[in-house]
Each structure stands twice: as C-alpha cells, then as structure tokens.
Design a protein around this ligand. Structure first.
Ligand SMILES: Nc1ncnc2c1ncn2[C@@H]1O[C@H](COP(=O)(O)OP(=O)(O)OP(=O)(O)O)[C@@H](O)[C@H]1O
Ligand SMILES: [Mg+2]
Length: 602
C-alpha cells in the first residue's frame, strides 16, 4: 500500500528526454530542426568538447516573443499542431512539443530570442528543468539556444558519453544530413573555435556533397529525376567505383527529413544487384517528395522511421527508376594513374561480407560442386574445337577453326587491339584505350544471353529415356508448387507419379552431365531451406551465373583475332557489359590526357 507515487513533472521530463536526447548529436539535430521550422536562412552551430561542454545553435529565423519563449520549454508546448487532425499531414520537422522541454530537463540552457516585430529580445535560463523568469535583453532577430553540461545531473548517462572526437563525429553526421536536405541555407559548424564546415546557401547538391564528403564522391554520381503517381524522386547515385562496405553512405530523405527505411534500402540493394559485388554497398543520395498525408511520421521517438501507407508503390518506383539509370549507363571504370585507385576500390574498407550472402554463396558453391553445368558444342564450347562464339546475336554456330594466327602487335593495320598475358584485351578508343578482362566480359555476355532466352521461353531440355521417380515430403510438394515456374524455366519437367511421388521426365541439356535425381533433390533442399529463404528469382540467377562462369572463355586462354573481334562486337550489344554478373568490372578506361599528364607532356 502506498508504494505507487505519481512522478513530479521534472522527473517525467527527464525520463522522456531519454527517448529523444541520446547524446549531444540529438540536441544538435533538434535545435537545428527548430531553426529550419522557424524559417531561418542562416544557422551557426558551435560545439565545445564534443558537445559535453557547450552546444550552441544560433539562427536568423522568425524568433519568439517573451510569452512564447516562456512557453517553449514547457512539455507538449508546440506552435506546429493544434488538433488531432493536424497529425495527419505534418509538414514541419517538429510537432510533438517535447524537444526543448527534454533538453532543458537534462542540461543548463540559455535561450535568447527576438521576433521581427519586436524592438528588443528576451532571454530565459533553465537549469535541469528549473526555469528562471523571462528578462529583456538586446538581440538580433532570431533565436540562439546554448546548452551547457549535458546530463550533468545524470552521472550514469554522462558516463555513457564517448570521447569528444566520437561525439563530434555523431554531431557532424547530423549536421551533414541537415545540410544535404537544406541547400538554401548558410550553415556553419565549429568545434572548439575551429571551423569544420562553412557552407554557402544556394549550392547544388553536388557542390554540397563535394564540401561535406569529397570531390571524388561528387564526381562519381549519376543524376536521376522522376515524377510519377504523386511521388517525386531526385537522386544522385554512386558509380561502383565509389561503393562502400556499409550503408552509411546511403542518405534517404523524405520531404526533407532524413529517414531509414527497410523498403527503400531493399529497393536500392536490388537496383545495384549484379552491378556491385555482393559485399559492396552503393553510395546514394535520395530525395523523395510525396504528399504528407501518404505516410505517418509519428511512429518513432526521433522520427527516423516513418510508415508508408503504400510501401509497395514507394519500393517499386524507387527500384524502377534507379535500376533503369544504372542499366542505361556505361559504368566502365576510369583508370586513375598512378595505378592506385583500382586497387583501392578492390581493398576498400575491411571487407565484411554479409552473413546471409555468404551463406547462400556457400550453399550454391556446394550445390554446383556436385552438379557442374556442362559445356556442349551447341552451347558455348570454349573448350571445344570450335571457336567460343559468344552466344550473342550471331548465335552459336561459328564454325571457323582456331587458326592459331597470332594477334598482331598493337596498332598493326586496322586492328587496333592486342591480347596480353592471354587474359586481357587492350583496345584503342577515340580518346585513349581500355583494358578488358576477357573472362569477366564473356561471362556477362553469356549471362545476359541466357537471361534473354529464359525471358523468351525456357532452357533447352532433353527427355529422359526412363523417367526417374522419387518421394516428396509435404514441404517439398509446397516448394515444387511455389517454384513451378522456375523449375519449368530451367527445363526440368516433373510429373506426379502416385501419392507423394514425382517423376523427372525431362532435364536441361546444359546440365546433361549431372545426375537428374540428385540435382532435383538438392534443388528442393535449397528451396526448402528456411535459413536461406532463397527465392526462385535468386536461385535462377545463381544457376545462370554459374552456367555463364563455367562456359565463358578463361583467363590464360589464347584468342584468335576473330574471337576478339566477336567479343568486342558483343560487348557493344550487351547490357551491363561494364560488370561481370558478380559485379566485378570488365573494363578499365585510360584517357590519353591522363597519360600525357603522367608523362609530363602537359
Ligand atoms: N529556433 C526557434 N525559433 C523560433 N521558435 C522556436 C525555435 N525553437 C523552438 N521554437 C518554438 O518552440 C516550440 C517548441 O519547440 P520544440 O522543439 O520543443 O517542439 P516542436 O518543434 O514543436 O516539436 P518536436 O518536439 O517534435 O521538436 C516550437 O513549436 C516553436 O514554436
Ligand atoms: Mg522541435
């Protein structure tokens, strides 16, 4: 009895602050968002000691009069919504009326503000929820809020703060997000009196990215703009050469608010599929504009997540326009001399292959170790006596014998190409030359051709002389039904053969060396493996990938002139020719001007 007490207002605010104010960076975000909502065109953020000692945000926005300044630090005090109906369609960054109250309950705060219509300003000080009275003071139009000694009365939370450098890193990240979304604003960030960023309003997104990140990033981005079904998308997409190992460089904004969203992240990942290696992540700056009524922003304490009412539309539209752009762009890598850039892109940050990808890769490797696709003459037959004859538009019927004629020296006659180390092809272009990885390029050509054939019909198959039957479990029967289309496309024909028994009647020619029964059973194991949750599309992709890899000409294989010509001609006709199906580059470009610079001719 009598154990339960209602906490006093200060305690309630302190507890609420835990949700919104996690660290100094959260304070910076809240104060900057308030400045933007107040219509500021200039924001100055000054930090001392990673924000432990001081966070000051000064703006030239609309300001507050004395009465509003007194009210602003009360819990649930906001000028941004009035009734519950306003909650649907929020267009400001803030709306809950809790940020200032939360901040003021866990630090020493001094706020100075002046409206345009007032001759002078007002000032208030709050010490961990203990508010002083409003007093007049001289001030420019706008608001300055200084937050000192964050969490000083909450030693447990203060202890939790990291070093000044780490906290400053978080602050810089929040500043960066806001700066990317508000390019009209003049924005300055200083740390211990030293200028970190001084950004001029009116910059283009690319200019801002160059200042906030690097010119290497800003120079390797592709522009996208699309507007459909009430959704406007503007994005700068990173070329593979600047890909990363984490999604930290994916900036997604919804109506100017930085968000994280699993549907959008998935769409981005899918858009880059086959363009990046599985352990690399694309750099993306994505700005979405849509009616405020089409999503709920009130689902997360820091508003970093939203709920879309039609997430499928958002997903499909983003995937569609990003993939179209990536598909339609020549992504050959520009060589950087001296040759450090390509190596750097390969090594990058420590490569941490994602677990699931690895699991799938392992399972597939195991699968294909057992069931090697064969290379028959009527397929691509690089090991046959016929020339490899890429399965491009001219088909597979190349009958020309390998003549063993040596490829001419570079530049001899009209043939302006050369095979080096029996692995790479060097060919002249209008403004320089390119080096092509013969295996990687051929792999892509075959892969695309297989995809095209599969889109049009299915893989060629042959009837088994004696159908092979096997028993199936309920789960396998389900998997067979769910993936019926995939199985048919692969050229595998299965028919019911009594209760819980199925017979294989036809099997793909491409896999004619594999034992049909083993293959189909292993395929079913993969499809029913809950851990992998491999969908039919991914499995088909893996099968085609593997087939292309096995059938493609190898590194170390000498090619005839006509084979090289065919390869180069097929490159022109093939989508995605800049990357092999695993996302590795096929081609590196060198420009004459780069060479001239290296040789100090210019
Ligand atoms: N820099 C500023 N300039 C002018 N008015 C401000 C400024 N900062 C805060 N205010 C006023 O104080 C009110 C309270 O701010 P606070 O950040 O606590 O809540 P909010 O922005 O309305 O909602 P949220 O808690 O979601 O941020 C705001 O609604 C706004 O009217
Ligand atoms: Mg706010």
């Amino acid at each position: 009895m009598g154990q339960i007490v209602v906490l006093d207002r200060n305690m309630v605010n302190m507890i609420a602050a835990g949700e919104v104010i996690e660290r100094p960076a959260s304070v910076v975000k809240e104060l900057m968002e308030n400045s933007i909502d107040a219509g500021a065109t200039r924001i100055t953020v000054s930090i001392e000691d990673g924000g432990r000692k001081l966070i000051s945000v000064a703006d030239n926005g609309g300001g507050m009069d004395g009465e509003d300044l007194a009210a602003a630090f009360e819990p649930h005090a906001t000028s941004k919504i009035k009734t519950s109906s306003d909650l649907r369609g929020i267009s400001t960054l803030g709306f809950r009326g809790e940020a200032l109250a939360s901040i003021a309950s866990v630090a020493q705060v001094r706020a100075v503000s002046r409206t345009r219509s007032d001759a002078g300003g007002n000032c208030v000080e709050i010490d961990c929820g203990d508010k002083g009275s409003i007093s007049p003071c001289s001030a420019d139009v706008g608001t300055t809020i200084q937050v000192r000694d964050l969490f000083y009365k909450l030693p447990a939370r203060r202890k939790f703060l990291k070093t000044a450098n780490t906290e400053m890193g978080h602050i810089t990240e929040r500043f960066t997000r806001i700066a990317l979304a508000n390019r009209d604003l003049d924005m300055t960030l200083t740390h211990n009196g030293r200028e970190v960023y001084k950004l001029v309003g009116g910059q283009s997104l690319r200019q801002r990215i160059a200042e906030l990140f690097s010119s290497e990033i800003s120079e390797n981005l592709l522009d996208i703009e699309s507007s459909e079904k009430g959704l406007h998308i503007y994005a700068l997409l990173g070329k593979p050469v600047i890909s990363r190992t984490t999604s930290k460089f994916q900036y997604i904004f919804l109506n100017g608010q930085f968000i994280r969203d699993k549907f959008i992240s998935h769409a981005i990942k899918e858009a880059y599929r086959g363009i990046l290696e599985p352990d690399r992540v694309g750099v993306v700056f994505l700005f979405i504009q849509m009616p405020y009524e089409d999503y709920d922003v009130n689902v997360h304490p820091t508003k970093i997540e939203v709920r879309f009412y039609n997430a499928n539309l958002v997903h499909s539209q983003i995937l569609g326009c990003l993939r179209e752009k990536l598909l339609g762009t020549n992504l050959d890598i520009d060589a950087k001399l001296p040759a450090t850039a390509a190596a750097k892109a390969g090594q990058g940050d420590a490569v941490a292959a994602r677990e699931r990808s690895q699991k799938i890769a392992d399972a597939m490797a195991e699968f294909f170790k057992k069931h090697r696709p064969v290379q028959t003459q009527q397929q691509f037959g690089p090991t046959s006596k016929k020339s490899f004859g890429a399965v491009g538009s001219t088909g597979l019927q190349t009958t020309e014998r390998r003549t063993g004629v040596a490829v001419p020296a570079f530049g001899a006659g009209e043939k302006k190409f050369l095979q080096i180390h029996d692995s790479f092809i060097v060919t002249q272009t209008d403004d320089g030359f390119v080096i092509i990885d013969q295996h990687a390029l051929h792999e892509r050509i075959i892969y695309e051709d297989l995809c095209r054939r599969i889109r049009e019909s299915k893989l060629e198959s042959q009837k088994l002389l004696i159908p092979e039957s096997f028993e199936v479990t309920d789960a396998q029967t389900d998997a067979l039904q769910t993936n019926a289309e995939l199985i048919e496309k692969l050229g595998i024909e299965l028919v019911p053969f009594g209760p819980k028994t199925v017979a294989i009647q036809a099997f793909p020619t491409l896999l004619s060396k594999a034992a049909p029964l083993d293959f189909v059973q292993d395929l079913l194991d993969l499809l029913t493996d809950k851990d992998l949750s491999l969908d039919a599309e991914r499995l088909l992709d893996e099968v085609l990938n593997m087939a292309a890899c096995k059938a493609a000409i190898k590194a170390g294989q000498k090619l005839t002139m006509s084979e090289i010509e065919k390869l180069l001609a097929d490159k022109e006709k093939t989508e995605y020719a800049s990357r092999c199906p695993h996302g590795r580059p096929t081609t590196i470009k060198f420009s004459i001007s780069d060479l001239e610079k290296q040789f100090k001719r210019t």
